[in-house]
Design a protein around this ligand. Structure first.
Ligand SMILES: C[S@@+](CC[C@H](N)C(=O)[O-])C[C@H]1O[C@@H](n2cnc3c(N)ncnc32)[C@H](O)[C@@H]1O
Length: 261
């Protein structure tokens, strides 16, 4: 998880898009981390009962320090079904599916959708926000300083999720857009432990079609699908180090559990 101020601002902005789709009542966030989304939900839906699930004790301890009144944290793996069927009005996966994909594989992503489907009441809402893999395309990326260039070479050597193939020119590289975006989303890792974690994680794992296919296969109807671009401030900060034309996007999918499925 990114800890710099621009990154945090950007995440808060993106979380704002959830508001009009959340059905109040009983809400569960799968993969809540330190509780940025839960803070938002707790403030905007004060009468709801909100459960946050995460497998990281350290992150849940950070969440506990926030003392959110209507929030209950539970330390468990998302892929363990622990709730009764049809008990929630809204379920959310916010920036957690790419981690499930990276550590546990595509099958567990599908299983997570099924678990969310089971725990939702009929007509309940599932909201997904995560990175959006672009269609394959060769792009060029330039480096404005040696530190960033060296960081890229380290990334290409150490990224374990898949091989990063690139061609070198002076001060520039040519590579597939997903590799470029992986680098851009990771190169400001604040410390070595975070860097090591990021080297095992792929962010750009599913295209829009991949998300929609899993959603339909697991019994959801798509209500709303929105591409969320990273904001201009975030990009202008990145462009101090990197010359790069494309933008990178997130997907917000709002899904409904159809009655009887
Ligand atoms: C990138 S963080 C996002 C946190 C929060 N949703 C947010 O947007 O600020 C992803 C979180 O998902 C959790 N996570 C990943 N896989 C998980 C799993 N299988 N079970 C429970 N939590 C998981 C991680 O521990 C991490 O805290």
């Amino acid at each position: 998880m990114k800890k710099n101020a621009k990154g945090l601002e950007e995440r808060r902005h993106r979380i704002g898009y959830l508001k009009k789709f959340v059905k109040p009542g009983k809400i569960v966030e799968f993969g809540c981390g330190k509780g940025l989304v839960l803070e938002f939900l707790s403030t905007n839906f004060p009468k709801s009962l909100i459960i946050g699930i995460d497998k990281s004790q350290a992150r849940l301890e950070e969440l506990a320090k926030k003392r959110l009144k209507n929030v209950i944290p539970i330390l468990v793996d998302i892929t363990n079904p622990i709730f009764l069927n049809k008990s929630f009005d809204t379920a959310l996966f916010i920036a957690s599916l790419h981690e499930i994909f990276s550590c546990q594989g595509k099958r567990k992503v599908e299983e997570s959708f099924r678990i969310a489907h089971n725990v939702l009441k009929d007509n309940g809402t599932l909201i997904v926000q995560d990175f959006l893999k672009p269609l394959p395309k060769l792009v060029e990326m330039g480096f404005r300083n040696i530190t960033t260039h060296k960081r890229f070479l380290r990334f290409a050597a150490e990224f374990k999720a898949r091989k990063v193939r690139f061609q070198k020119t002076t001060n520039r590289v040519r590579l597939d857009i997903a590799g470029a975006l992986e680098f851009i989303s990771k190169y400001r890792s604040p410390d070595e432990a975070d860097w090591q974690e990021e080297m095992n994680e792929t962010h750009f794992f599913f295209t829009k079609k991949d998300y929609e296919t899993v959603a339909k296969k697991t019994g959801f109807t798509i209500i709303n699908s929105l591409k969320l671009a990273k904001d201009k401030d975030w990009w202008s900060d990145i462009r101090k180090d990197i010359e790069f034309e494309a933008e990178y996007q997130w997907l917000q999918l709002v899904l409904k559990k159809t009655k009887g499925r």
